[in-house]
Design a protein around this ligand. Structure first.
Ligand SMILES: [Zn+2]
Length: 341
């Protein structure tokens, strides 16, 4: 029997549209950096090494993250089939939520702010019709299988919200949203796309058209994650903000990886990422965190850059944004923009 965690309340509706919320950073790249095998399925570690996953969640919470993502990015039937784990989708996703919840509980006593668990949902890793072989209904069914497990137990036991992320195509993202609404209609859904160096979504959509389409699906939040680093994500967020009033999320990778001694090293330091944190907020992002290559050090530095922007005790976003914009003279802002190019 799953025990209800009394300390956890449902994800607060008012977090959408009001507060700036710090999210966590990478899981996969951090696991590799800590010695997990590249050939290994990251999500299987939920079953085989839960303590390793829980320790990373706890580090992010202690760094100030108010939302942590489950280690379930690739835990859909298509991806797990490749490592012979197709029949363990439910088990791996449920374990992912349970481990994240345990971390939140573990750290809860030390933190003033409440933290929440987002169920991470990545792309299926297959081509959709007409370019690929997988039909839309089949894709939706695979997302539904994963979401059913992430949401299992309902409010306070399953995930608090769903993050559909690193989406390379809107048709696939839409199937994830449809599956979420049908399977776990009580859960808020955020969708983040990834953009290439030119700032376009990988299916050719502009950030503006992607934002308009995602808004039409009725998502609770949308944004851009991973991509080629913080500068491209910032531009994408600025452009999305012109096309929608839906709360935005910015969670960039720490730049493109460089292979050093057989391991990926990321070029964007915690300090550089912190320098972007305020820019994301000024551009309209309400949820800010990191993707591949970011670490608890990056999140800690971003939190320091935010100052008062953390979860429960943060001021409403509008006034924070005003404060930051007025605190930085326009000449400096222009210079910062030039720096970014
Ligand atoms: Zn990433």
């Amino acid at each position: 029997m799953v025990q209800r965690v009394d300390a956890m309340a449902a994800f607060p509706e008012q977090w959408f549209g009001q507060r700036t919320v710090l999210c966590d950073g990478a899981m996969g790249s951090l696991l590799y950096a800590r010695g997990a095998s590249m050939e290994h399925c990251c999500e299987e570690l939920n079953l085989t090494q839960p303590d390793l996953i829980r320790a990373i969640h706890e580090e992010y919470l202690e760094a100030g993250a108010a939302i942590i993502e489950t280690n379930t990015f690739g835990a859909n039937g298509f991806r797990l089939e490749r490592t012979g784990l197709k029949d363990r989708v439910a088990e791996i996703n449920r374990a992912g939520v349970r481990i994240a919840r345990q971390a939140v509980q573990q750290v809860a006593g030390k933190q003033a702010a409440r933290a929440y668990v987002a169920g991470s949902i990545g792309p299926l890793g297959v081509g959709l019709e007409p370019l690929g072989k997988t039909g839309l209904e089949e894709a939706r069914a695979a997302f539904a299988e994963q979401i059913r497990a992430l949401a299992a137990g309902g409010p306070g036991v399953g995930a608090d919200l769903l993050m559909v992320e690193t989406m390379t195509g809107l048709r696939e993202a839409e199937q994830a949203v449809l599956a979420a609404r049908a399977t776990a209609p009580w859960l808020p859904v955020m969708v983040m796309v990834t953009v290439d160096e030119s700032g376009q979504c990988l299916d050719g959509n502009s950030p503006e058209s992607a934002a308009a389409r995602m808004a039409a699906w009725g998502v609770d939040g949308m944004g851009c994650n991973c991509s080629v680093g913080p500068a491209t994500v910032l531009t994408a967020i600025e452009r999305m903000a012109t096309a929608t009033s839906v709360p935005l999320a910015a969670m960039p990778s720490a730049g493109l990886p460089r292979c050093v001694d057989g391991r990926n090293e990321y070029l964007c330091s915690p300090e550089e990422m912190a320098g972007f944190a305020g820019k994301f907020v000024r551009a309209g992002a309400q949820f800010v965190g990191g993707c591949c290559g970011t670490t608890p050090q990056h999140i800690r530095a971003m939190k320091a850059a935010f100052g008062v922007f953390d979860g429960e005790d943060s001021a409403p976003r509008a006034s924070c944004r005003e404060a930051m914009v007025t605190a930085i003279p326009s000449v400096q802002r222009k210079e910062a923009e030039v720096d970014r190019l």
